[in-house]
Write a protein that binds this ligand. Structure first.
Ligand code: FES
Length: 116
C-alpha cells in the first residue's frame, strides 16, 4: 500500500450525509459520507468565498455550500451554480481508500492531525 495514506478513523465515525474534519498544515479537509455510504475527501473551503463546506447539505454525491448555495461535486470538486459550472471554480479533492472499514486518506505528503 502507498505509505502516504494515513488512517483517519472508521467509516462509522462519519455520519451519513454528514462530515468530519481532518486538519493538515496545508488545509482543513472535510470527509463526507453520502446516503449510499460512499466516502469523499475535499478541502473544507468553498471556492466562492471560502464557506465551510463541511456544514453544507449532502445530496447524492454533492454538497451545497451553506453560505450561498454553490453546489460542489464531491467526486471531482467541480462547482456548479453561481460562479461555477463546467469551466468554473473547483475544490481540491484528496485520495481516499477504505480498508477493513477504516478510512485511509492521502493528504499530500504531510503529517496530519485529526481535529473533529
Ligand atoms: S461561500 Fe460558498 S457559495 Fe459563497
Amino acid at each position: 500500500m502507498d505509505t502516504d495514506f494515513i488512517d483517519i478513523g472508521t467509516v462509522e465515525d462519519v455520519p451519513v450525509r454528514g462530515s468530519r474534519l481532518v486538519k493538515t498544515p496545508d488545509a482543513t479537509i472535510a470527509i463526507f459520507k453520502t446516503m449510499e455510504g460512499q466516502i469523499f475527501a475535499i478541502e473544507d473551503k468553498c471556492p466562492h468565498l471560502s464557506g465551510p463546506l463541511s456544514q453544507g447539505i449532502v445530496h447524492g454525491n454533492r454538497v451545497t455550500c451553506p453560505l450561498h448555495n454553490l453546489v460542489i461535486d464531491l467526486a471531482n470538486g467541480q462547482a456548479d451554480g453561481p460562479g461555477g459550472g463546467p469551466n468554473g471554480k473547483c475544490v481540491k479533492t484528496f485520495p481516499i481508500e477504505i480498508m477493513d472499514g477504516r478510512i485511509l486518506l492521502k493528504p499530500f505528503d504531510v503529517p496530519s492531525e485529526k481535529v473533529a
